[in-house]
Design a protein around this ligand. Structure first.
Ligand code: GDP
Ligand code: MG
Length: 448
């Protein structure tokens, strides 16, 4: 597996401590192979690897991870980023009904999805109505009606009494869409889901029809449904639908099969549109919100490696937190010089908030940090540097006239000097508390 191969690659890299081009190449080669195995489109793979390499070369060397792990971490972050970062859900129109239109090739899973969406929306308290605009395929209207019935949502169709399964309904899909939305409005449905026709390949006439339906009803969301097994065709298909109907989101269907989901990366990468949902079967409930991080793991097939990376980072963070706690505890007389020193350290640490989150008894420090603004460091420096050595060691003597002098000398307002001294007072109190054992002894490995 990729995990095994990468673990072997990492062994060779151990202890190097610095990212060289050769290190990156080795890991990048494995990643490229994994992406191609997952059926990510070739040009997407090429572009992706180039981006990862460029970022890895410019990356600061991590103290927590070895170079190979660092590259994988970057790969994972980039993957999650392309797949949409955060999960995105449907956006509802301010003025109901919200109109959702489904588009995609025949067999992609649109009609099935319509039922699933209706089911999900109903469980959230919405009152969806389905509109059957696939007048192309025999039985399409009937199929939607069955789905609607299961989901408990009414279906608007060109002629309600479709009886024979073989019957192909006739009519103008654009008009059906308009009528369906009007019907939903009059019956106070707050969401309308429009099912449309698709063909086996991209087809201009059908694309035009979909675009016409979209503009006729002013669809708020156009969901492009794509079969996860489509493989290398994903790019061309997604591009055609992106140009044709300018969809707002992607639904990846048939993820219950063997497909590793490379299509998700291909589509998201060439269109920049978010993947919103995943379909995982034929049943109404086989449907979930799309999770970019989980999909990144599935595509790379390396959950083990990522878990190791997370563990390595967490234990490094803990060790750092322990070191910091020890340093604080060792300081008996906490002066303004120390304060400045700490501020400068905080700035360097970056992930301080996370570190402090792991330190028992560091609540006060955490609060301080919430107010900590990196851009204020320069002003704090200036103020402390405008103080005499005596003032820095014994801030109690800083009275009104001294405050005014310090403010003048550092070019800030007196209120900022007051604020600084107040914050220093809080920090000093906390240092005393920590030094006298108020929490530090509980630190894992902190010694105390
Ligand atoms: P449409 O042509 O885009 O409307 O596609 P359909 O909704 O009719 O689906 C085509 C076929 O794929 C049907 O047999 C569905 O039951 C099946 N299907 C749809 N979604 C899924 C899915 O997520 N997983 C599996 N295994 N089958 C699905
Ligand atoms: Mg259909």
């Amino acid at each position: 597996s990729l995990s095994d191969r990468l673990t072997a690659t990492f062994k060779n890299l151990k202890g190097k401590g610095r990212l060289s081009e050769a290190d990156i190449d080795g890991t990048a080669r494995e990643i490229r192979r994994a992406l191609l195995d997952a059926d990510v489109a070739v040009p997407v793979v090429r572009e992706f690897i180039a981006k990862v390499k460029a970022r890895a070369l410019g990356a600061e060397v991590s103290e927590a991870l070895n170079p190979g792990q660092q590259v994988v971490k970057i790969v994972n972050e980039e993957l999650v980023g392309i797949l949409g970062g955060e999960t995105r859900e449907l956006r509802f129109a301010k003025q109901p009904p919200t109109i959702i239109m489904l588009a995609g090739l025949q067999g992609a899973g649109k009609t099935t999805l319509a039922g699933k969406l209706a089911h999900r929306l109903k469980s959230q308290g919405h009152t969806p109505m389905l509109v059957a605009c696939d007048l192309q395929r025999p039985n399409a209207v009937n199929q939607l009606q069955v789905g609607g019935q299961k989901a408990g949502a009414p279906v608007f169709a060109p002629h309600p009494g479709v009886s024979s399964e073989a019957e192909t309904p006739t009519g103008d899909p654009v008009q059906v869409a308009r009528d369906g939305v009007a019907e939903a409005q009059s019956k106070l449905h707050d969401v309308v889901i429009i099912d449309t026709a698709g063909r086996l390949g991209v087809d201009q006439e059908l694309m035009d029809q979909a675009a016409n339906i979209k503009s006729a009803v002013g669809a708020h969301e156009v969901l492009f449904v794509i079969d996860a097994m489509i493989g290398q065709d994903a790019v061309a298909t997604a591009q055609a639908f992106d140009e044709g109907v300018d969809f707002t989101g992607v639904v990846l269907s048939k993820l219950d099969g063997d497909a590793r989901g490379g299509a998700a990366l291909s589509v998201a990468s060439v269109t920049g549109k978010p993947v919103m949902y995943a379909s995982t079967g034929e049943g109404l409930k086989d449907f979930e919100v799309f999770h970019p991080d989980r999909m990144a793991r599935r595509i790379l097939d390396m959950g083990d490696v990522l878990s190791l990376i997370e563990q390595a980072e967490a234990s490094w963070d803990q060790a750092e937190a322990a070191k910091m706690a020890q340093k604080f505890a060792d300081q008996e007389d906490f002066t303004l010089d120390d304060f400045l020193n700490q501020m400068q350290q905080l700035k360097k640490m970056g992930s301080m908030k996370k570190l402090l989150g792991m330190m028992p008894g560091a609540q006060g420090m955490r609060e301080q940090l919430e107010q900590f603004d990196e851009s204020s460091i320069g002003r704090i420096e200036a103020m402390i540097q405008s103080m005499t050595q005596h003032e820095r060691l014994a801030p109690k003597i800083i009275n009104g006239s001294r405050r005014a002098r310090i403010a003048r000398g550092s070019g800030v307002h007196v209120s900022e000097v007051n604020q600084l001294l107040e914050r220093f007072g809080q920090a000093q109190k906390m240092m005393k508390k920590m030094a006298s054992g108020g929490g530090v002894p509980q630190m894992p490995g902190g010694g105390g």
